[in-house]
Design a protein. Sequence first.
Length: 205
Amino acid sequence: MREAIDIHADALKRAALEAGPTAPVRNCPKWTVHDLVAHIGFVHGLAVSLAVNRPVKPVPPSGWDDLLGWWDGHRLALREAFGQDPEAPAFSPYPGFDVTVGDWTRRMAHETAIHRLDAESALADVPPTRFPPEFANDGIDEYLTFLTPRRGITADVRVTTPERTWTFGAPNAEVSGAADDVYRALWGRPHQASVTGDLEPLAAP
């Protein structure tokens, strides 16, 4: 997962540099690329502080060049913080739930992958990025079994890919398709999955 963070962060940065800071992000209509980079830099910096049990909320600089350098610094710190034992306890902002360094590493891998798609959506020619089934299925599992309960949401959904099925409660919504498309659907990104029922209760923040 540490390697996945680097791969997707590198792709995100390439797209951000090509699109430029004022380009609108199609996947997130309220954001420009500058807003997206400020967000991912903040999240990476926050994850570092949580992994080392010293929670702080980073403050992004306003200038584009300063923002890129600030994010790069958090990326370097992320590699070091996530180099610990993955089972080591980390700070948990979720009452009643313990979190490990490995949990934050996995969380950041998928946070970065999804925002990579957002950065690429700002390009004039959007690349045909597809996530491998193993990674996408892990992202679905992380969303449903880690993130959703920690946000205090009870999932009543059945999610099916060619490789796996997840069933929670008495499903009033179903999502099925290729793992890559289901992954995107759960995160509210453009997809070709089949969706029946209402996914709004599961919507990502």
